[in-house]
Ligand binder design. Structure first.
Ligand code: MTE
Length: 299
């Protein structure tokens, strides 16, 4: 059964939200190239964003292949409309919601975030998105929920990479509830003021800027509120190399390479190396989430 927010929300409230976001919601019904209006955010970095070309041509999206150019080459056939997300588990209003309903009432912002891949490359991306907390509050998180689990679409006829048994599909990720509720954590639906390019995780993906990029799961179809730490794709593949937390941490190396520095994509052959910052530069905002935890133990 497909639910609309109007089925689970008192009508006056719903109408009010609809009116409020009329401008933002309008884009969902318009072609992909329509400009998205989004408010600037105080959480944006002053760093210069990478070019649209860099951001859309150097990607990891294993559902389309393992090469950096594979997502751009193979994702064009992905159908992103219609799109729905199942929200289930320990929530007051479980259901399968159309994307437009998911976005209803969630104020869109432009968030220019640093993005750090576990493979020691980095970019700066001007995302368009809204806080995951806004959505979670709307579906009503029950007190027993401790973690949030996410899953990506699996559609073999449109995703050549899922023929590979290397990953146990669907791609999965997870956050502790307080991480999911943190205002820096967003669901992104676009970048550079346009709807999300398919290779970047259209139509909706997670962005958690203080964690390694693999936590930022793409093309999400399920969000589950759970009471136990969920299984995550990279941890399932190689637990000694990829932990659940995966916070960017220059003092904890990957077993096979240093995490102390990173290559800035697009910065050229000679100028591209920079120091990696604790929590990817978001230490002031998020360090308190991990107070008292041994971050070498909880990598
Ligand atoms: N999400 C899915 N579904 N499949 C993937 O292979 N790769 C992750 C993450 N999300 C991945 C994914 C990794 S390893 C990185 S670094 C980022 O997506 C890359 O995001 P970008 O293409 O926007 O740079």
């Amino acid at each position: 059964m497909r639910l609309n927010w109007s089925d689970v929300t008192p009508k006056p409230l719903w109408l009010n939200r609809r009116q409020l976001i009329a401008g933002a919601a309008a884009f969902a019904a318009t072609p992909a190239m329509a400009r998205i209006e989004a408010a600037p955010s105080a959480y944006s970095t002053a760093d210069e964003p990478n070019s649209l070309e860099d951001i859309t041509s150097y990607n990891n999206f294993y559902e389309f292949g393992t090469g950096k150019g594979d997502p751009a080459a193979n994702a064009a056939g992905l159908t992103v409309d219609p799109w729905s997300i199942t929200i289930d588990g320990l929530v007051d209003k479980p259901g399968t919601y159309d994307l437009a309903d998911v976005m209803t009432g969630q104020p869109l912002e432009e968030r220019i975030y640093r993005f750090r891949c576990v493979e020691a490359w980095a970019m700066v991306v001007p995302w368009i998105g809204f806080e995951l907390a806004g959505l979670l509050n709307r579906v009503g998180v029950q007190p027993s929920a401790k973690f949030v689990a996410f899953e990506t679409l699996v559609r073999p006829e449109e995703m050549p990479g899922v023929a590979s048994p290397f990953i146990e599909w669907p791609y999965r990720e997870g956050l502790r509830l307080d991480e999911a509720m943190h205002p820096l954590t967003i669901l992104a639906t676009g970048l550079y003021s346009e709807a999300m390019p398919k290779q970047n995780g259209a139509p909706i993906r997670l962005v958690v800027p203080w964690k390694y990029g693999f936590k930022s799961i793409k093309s999400i179809v399920r969000i589950s509120l759970v009471d136990k730490m969920p299984k995550t794709t990279w941890n399932m593949l190689q637990p000694s190399e990829y932990g659940f937390y995966s916070n960017v941490n220059p003092t904890v190396d990957h077993p096979r390479w240093s995490q102390a520095s990173e290559r800035r994509i697009g910065a050229g052959l000679f100028g591209g190396r920079q120091d990696t910052l604790m929590f990817n530069g978001y230490e002031a905002e998020v360090a308190s989430l991990y107070a008292g935890m041994d971050l070498a133990e909880n990598y």
